[in-house]
Write a protein that binds this ligand. Structure first.
Ligand code: NAD
Length: 496
């Protein structure tokens, strides 16, 4: 069995002002299938280099902000075509550094391009000045770029969570410094290179590293906005760092998304059950909006579990992510394996039953890589850590509930509120959905299967601030500027 792991490591660079920067210190990113295999060497940029990138973006903004939306769209469309042509090569790099199966890596590229194209399609309309003639005169409302945007992204969807920020920020006339996660720095840097080449030097820059570079990107006075996707804990540091200079921010954070299975759901609906399994285990469960806890109405519980296990055993095939029969690859990194395993061990100690799901196609790889066989956890209490914390991995607790009031309360007790899903007859599901505290609720599907880039996406409560995607996803990179031309120039109540 080939792990496609024989290629030479690739060297990744920071790009500042259109130039690749040579750096003193580097780190290595390993292949999660075989941690002895180095996939790439990436720089550990210094704070000084982060400042250089910010300065380059700041200086370039002075002219770039005056470009027309037509010009920006034209450049972005050229960039999209460059990325599209590179997908066969780049999705393989993504699979090697990340561990997600090739179909999943290609899917991530497809969603990224879908959004970039949609952003190009709507940019002119969304960014157009609104001119209002009214009884008090005339008002022009323009959507001005904010300036330098620091984009900081996680490892789980490095391409889509970067392009979700790059496309709207640049189309709105901003410049950007992006810092990807050290756990998947390779494919995204290649994507940034391809996009940056289509824009003037300094419009799109990329630096690498960990928290110290992140701190510079989130506190430097010349940064106007932070676009962050990652953990809620990290976001708390970022808010503090940004508070000194009151930066604007979009935060896309963690979630503990629930799937609620109503009495009107039919457990023998094989397509629906397959969708649910996928929404629990796609990308080995490492998606912010994966369904991380499932509540099933008690009247269905036994039949539901039996049918769920059947569907899961059919769909889940773990192994080499380059094998087209494999649906789930390894977990991305060792820390994540330990985190997920500790939640499972804790649940077992509390008396839960842990059921292994699916088939392992390449047992020989399990010993060497960050593999975990997906599991179902039954018999948990509602407040067990595996139920209330974000596992972000291939395990899911399923719990029974008695009635709508109870399950709505269980859903809304969470500190998170990213997405949720309700499964059953549409009218029942929508009735429950309206009462859930979440940024998005999907009916009879969940996670990326129910995502639509045309509409805003983001979380409530500690799952985030602001929205990406849709028109809001572009406007969030602008400041509203009102130019008032009143006919009555003085206020009558102010004495002469
Ligand atoms: P993370 O918060 O550990 O890291 C995210 C990024 O922040 C990385 O680039 C990291 O290097 C950087 N960073 C770390 N400390 C920093 C600091 N002090 N200042 C600035 N930057 C800093 O998250 P992760 O482990 O890479 O990703 C997993 C988390 O991301 C999960 O909680 C998941 O739910 C969340 N996520 C949310 C969404 C969403 O859209 N809501 C999407 C994907 C992932």
């Amino acid at each position: 069995m080939s792990t496609h792991g024989t290629a030479e490591p690739i060297v990744v660079h920071a790009i500042i002002n259109g130039k690749k920067i040579e750096t003193q210190r580097q780190y290595t990113r390993e292949n999660p299938v075989n941690p002895n295999e180095i996939v790439c060497h990436a720089p550990i940029n210094t704070r000084e280099e982060a400042i250089q990138a910010i300065e380059a973006a700041y200086d370039t903004f002075a002219t770039w902000k005056n470009s027309t939306v037509d010009e920006r769209v034209e450049r972005m469309r050229r960039a999209i075509e460059k990325v599209r042509a590179a997908i066969p090569e780049l999705s393989r790099l993504l699979t090697r550094e990340h561990g997600k199966p090739l179909y999943d890596a290609e899917g991530e590229f497809a969603v990224s391009l879908m959004w970039m194209e949609f952003a190009c399609d709507i940019a002119k309309d969304v960014l157009r000045d609104e001119v209002k003639e009214h009884e008090k005169g005339k008002t022009i409302i323009s959507h001005d770029p904010v300036g330098v945007v620091s984009a900081i992204t996680p490892w789980n969807y490095p391409i889509s969570l970067s392009t979700i920020k790059i496309a709207p920020a640049l189309l709105a006339g901003n410049t950007m410094v992006l810092k990807p996660s050290p756990f998947a720095p390779l494919a995204v840097t290649k994507v940034v290179e391809l996009i940056a080449e289509q824009f003037p030097p300094g419009v799109l820059n990329i630096v690498h590293g960990e928290a110290d570079v992140g701190v510079e990107l989130t506190s430097h006075p010349k940064v106007a906005k932070i676009a962050f996707t990652g953990g809620t804990k990290t976001a708390k540091h970022i808010m503090k760092a940004a508070s000194e200079t009151i930066k604007k921010m979009t935060l896309e954070l963690g979630g503990n998304d629930a799937a609620i299975i109503l009495p009107s759901f039919d457990p023998s609906d094989k397509r629906a059950m397959r969708r649910l399994v996928i929404s629990n285990f796609l990308t080995a469960g490492q998606i912010c909006m994966i369904a991380k806890r499932v509540y099933v109405h008690g009247s269905l519980y036994d039949e539901f579990i039996a049918k769920y296990v059947e569907a899961a055993n059919q769909w889940i095939r773990v192994g080499d992510p380059f094998d087209p029969d494999v649906t789930i690859g390894p977990v991305n990194n060792e820390g994540q394996v330990k985190h997920v395993q500790s939640l499972i061990d804790d649940a077992k100690q509390r008396g839960a039953e842990v059921i292994k799901l699916g088939r392992v196609l390449h047992p020989e790889l399990f010993e060497q890589g960050y593999f975990m066989q997906p599991t179902l956890v039954l018999g948990c209490d509602y407040n067990d850590p595996i139920v209330v914390e974000e596992q972000f991995g291939p395990t899911v607790p399923i719990l029974p509930f008695d009635d709508e009031e109870q399950v709505i309360a269980l859903h809304n007790e969470s500190i998170y509120g990213l997405t949720s899903s309700v499964w059953g007859k549409e009218e029942d599901a929508v009735r429950v959905a309206r009462r859930l505290e979440a940024g998005t609720t999907m009916i009879n599907t969940a996670a990326v299967q129910g995502l639509d880039v045309r509409f805003p996406f983001g979380g409530v409560k500690q799952s985030g601030v602001g929205r990406e995607y849709g028109a809001e996803g572009i406007l969030s990179y602008t400041d509203t500027h009102v130019i008032n031309i009143p006919t009555q120039l003085e206020l009558p109540y102010i004495p002469e």
